[in-house]
Design a protein around this ligand. Structure first.
Ligand code: ARG
Length: 457
């Protein structure tokens, strides 16, 4: 097949070279935004009298047919066309002839591909933000359903203090909120238009970039033609945001895996979202969550990949940049599927209240509250801490809970302790007493549930 650069070259391309350098097998993902960009470009060319209205009409007609072929799966992606940009142009030329040959006036694939990728990324950010919102809503639903359920909160994976499960679940809503913010913020920098930068220097032809900018819904044009065609920091930003999101999803997965483990049994995984073993009939495996944890590696890998591709690139466009797409496409597709799965899975979370209650019995979850009780009796906190620690040791030595000690035993350690101490020695009710802003008890958690309901409605 004749190449678009056939004027300059005598010999054809080596077959392996063709295979090595093609991108149409994956940048077909850009087909629709490529058409959108070309239609805007053609309209601008016509308005600037660089092509005729007749040319424009022919281009529009051809593109409409191509779109239909894409939709019905009839469009042929030829490796010999190299990439989607040339593939579509070649097909347009077959369909409408000469007007198609004018489409690339004042345009290079360098500004074309950068524009396409930005349009694609912008659309995906909008979808991802919706999917994140849906997952937040699902988490909020469970937080609301179990709003009175107390579980041990952990530090160092050691039982620490009693908390409402809702606080734990809503911690992930907060993380996802920041992930949304990061994507939304990156969108501002994604949404600038390289088109019209041409190969890298701009053009001597009287184009009007403000027309294409408006037409394509960009906030502004990229102001420097060399920067416009060569930087991919917008890809880096989005992949960094997705990597951070996957760290959050991975942490969530790890929590659920622990909850479902044979050792905890705080939840039982729903049939629809777990898998069995091919040999051990009793198994109910958290594969969804393990895969989510595992896929975070792949998304973080995509970020490493683009960082490495861009590092050390001289100005301006270099073919290395073609390697920006697969990691981005893969990371975004991975994110979309993972978010959808988790959105489906989260509402099936069912906590075992009895086990939650039994978990509260061990681990001296009331030790901190006991120290705070003594603060209220006027003892300096360091001393309160020591008294509580001594009592924990006493109880532990006799295999008892703090509330199993007698008042006399406790007063033997600290005279300030009175009968009312027993009111705070019950981890199951401690969260009712948390009052500080943002704390893990009933008061603040129900405030936050209402707040999130408004934000996420
Ligand atoms: N397929 C190329 C890419 O994705 C398009 C731009 C090619 N430009 C060039 N001058 N070879 O980066």
């Amino acid at each position: 097949m004749a190449k678009l650069w056939k004027g300059r070259f005598k010999a054809g391309t080596n077959e392996l070279m063709e295979l090595f350098s093609e991108s149409i097998s994956f940048d077909r993902e850009l087909a629709y935004v490529d058409i959108e960009g070309s239609l805007a470009h053609a309209k601008m060319l016509a308005e600037c009298k660089l092509i005729t209205q007749k040319d424009l009409a022919a281009i529009r007609r051809g593109m409409k047919e191509i779109k239909k072929e894409l939709e019905t799966g009839k469009f042929k992606f030829n490796i010999s066309d190299e990439d989607i940009h040339m593939g579509i142009e070649a097909e347009l030329t077959r369909k409408v002839g000469d007007p198609a040959k004018k489409l690339h006036t004042a345009r290079s694939r360098n500004d074309q591909v950068a524009t396409d990728l930005r349009l694609w990324t912008r659309g995906k950010i909008d979808e991802l933000v919706k999917l994140i919102r849906n997952l937040q809503k699902a988490l909020l639903g469970v937080a609301d359903d179990y709003k009175d359920l107390v579980i041990p909160g952990y530090t160092h994976l050691q039982r620490a203090q009693p908390v409402l499960i809702s606080q734990h679940l809503m911690a992930y809503i907060e993380m996802l909120e920041r992930d949304c913010e990061r994507l939304t913020d990156a969108r501002k920098r994604v949404n600038r238009m390289p088109l019209g930068s041409c190969a890298m220097a701009g053009t001597t032809l009287p184009i009007d970039r403000s027309i294409t900018c408006r037409e394509l819904g960009f906030d502004d044009i990229c102001r420097n033609s060399m920067d416009a065609v060569s930087d991919r920091d917008f890809v880096i930003e989005v992949l960094a945001a997705l990597s951070t999101m996957f760290i959050h999803l991975s942490r969530f997965s790890e929590d659920v895996i622990l909850w479902a483990s044979s050792e905890w049994r705080l939840i039982r995984l729903h049939d629809a979202w777990s898998t069995g073993s091919s040999i051990m009939p009793q198994k109910r495996n958290p594969d969804l969550l393990e895969l989510t944890r595992g896929k975070s590696g792949r998304v973080i890998g995509a970020l490493m990949s683009i960082l490495t591709v861009v590092k050390g690139l001289p100005m301006t466009y270099n073919r290395d940049l073609q390697e920006d797409k697969e990691p981005l496409f893969d990371a975004v597709a991975t994110a979309e599927l993972t978010l959808k799965c988790l959105e489906g899975f989260v509402p099936t979370l069912e906590f075992n209240r009895e086990i939650a209650l039994s978990m509260l019995q061990g681990g001296f979850l009331d030790a901190t509250v006991l120290a705070e009780y003594l603060v209220c009796k006027g003892l300096p906190f360091r001393e309160c801490h020591e008294v509580s620690g001594t009592l924990v040791r006493m109880a532990e030595d006799s295999n008892l809970r703090l509330c199993d000690l007698t008042l006399k035993q406790m007063q033997g350690v600290c005279k300030l302790i009175e009968q009312d101490v027993f009111k705070c020695l019950n981890p199951a009710i401690t969260p009712k007493a948390y009052v500080s802003a943002g704390s893990a008890g009933h008061k603040e958690v129900s405030k936050n549930i209402s707040r999130w309901k408004k934000v996420l409605k």
